[in-house]
Design a protein around this ligand. Structure first.
Ligand code: BT5
Length: 280
């Protein structure tokens, strides 16, 4: 993919520019809402979904003032350098498939980044890394109707062109960007184009029940399995080795007493990990 940004071109996003570059069949084809600044694209998407916006509705922002991560955490979203987008999905599936949607999106994001020449890694369940530094995250939220998903919001944030000094000190040691990994800036519009294509393709696999294929691809990018991990669960902390993924995408962790735990959702910290120092 030729996505490097010619130094003279302006990498400005707009509804028209995104629409013109779309190569998807349905994703983003009906409704696109673009904001120069918004509190959170996920919050906006949720509002639109409640009003009945169709599947494939796309919300994109150049900057967010209250970008959200999981569990009330925030997502740093400065203008001009990142991708912040949310997609409304209306999958016909049980509520407990929601974590699978996060893994599916991870595969789409990693496949997109791989096309730039970088080597993305996936950290269970929702982190996208390059050289062990977080460059992207996924926030999947949903409203349920009698144990089925009524609608889901797939929120994706990627640090595209941030320089090291543009990352806040609070995350500078853990975070990276595609530009820092590649050594040159990238066109956000080309990235969006590829990302939407990938999401459409992988979401269709999810819809048709091809989760085994999705998991196989997830494992090609995996950086979690085989590691000693600390998992923070709502009611306890688990230390052990991340042994495998269950067929439903849960993380199987073997603790020191040889007991195997199936983790559906939680925060994973790698033990003994320092980010690689080979980034510029
Ligand atoms: C995530 O949460 O990684 C999900 C991030 C999803 C962001 C997108 S942007 C579009 C859409 N609209 C939203 O409002 N959100 C979604 P979590 O696993 O909880 O990670 C959050 C943690 O990542 C923070 O506590 C920081 O440590 C770190 N972090 C925050 N901003 C970051 C950034 N820009 N780059 C790398 N790490 C960051």
């Amino acid at each position: 993919m030729s996505i490097s940004l010619d130094q003279t071109s302006i990498d400005k996003l707009s509804e028209d520019i995104i629409k013109k570059s779309l190569t998807t069949r349905w994703l983003g084809q009906h409704v696109i809402q673009y904001f120069d600044v918004v509190a959170s694209t996920n919050t906006e998407a949720r509002r639109l979904a409640r009003e009945g916006a169709p599947e494939g509705t796309l919300i994109v922002a150049d900057a967010q003032t209250k970008g959200r991560g999981r569990l009330g955490r925030s997502w740093v979203s400065p203008p001009g350098t990142g991708l912040y987008l949310s997609i409304i999905l209306r999958p016909d599936c049980p509520a407990d498939w929601l974590p699978k949607l996060t893994l599916t999106a991870g595969v789409a994001v990693a496949s997109t980044i791989r096309q730039t020449g970088l080597t993305p890694q996936l950290k269970w369940p929702n982190d996208i890394l390059i050289a062990d530094r977080k460059v992207g995250g996924i926030l999947t939220e949903a409203v349920f109707d009698r144990r089925r998903i009524d609608f889901a919001i797939l929120g994706i944030g990627v640090n595209v062109n941030m320089e090291r000094n543009e990352l806040p000190i609070s995350i500078r040691n853990l975070a990276g960007s595609l530009r820092l990994g590649l050594g040159e800036p990238l066109s956000r519009i080309h990235l969006i184009q590829t990302l939407l294509q990938q999401i459409e393709q992988w979401y269709e696999s999810f819809q048709t029940g091809l989760f085994a294929t999705i998991l196989e691809t997830w494992c090609e990018f995996d950086t979690t399995l085989g590691r000693e991990v600390e998992v923070f669960l709502p009611e306890k902390r688990l230390v052990g080795v991340a042994e495998a993924l269950g067929s439903d995408g849960t993380l199987l962790v073997r603790d020191r007493t040889d007991c195997l735990h199936s983790v559906v959702a939680g925060d994973v910290v790698y033990c003994h990990l320092k980010p690689s120092s080979d980034l510029k």
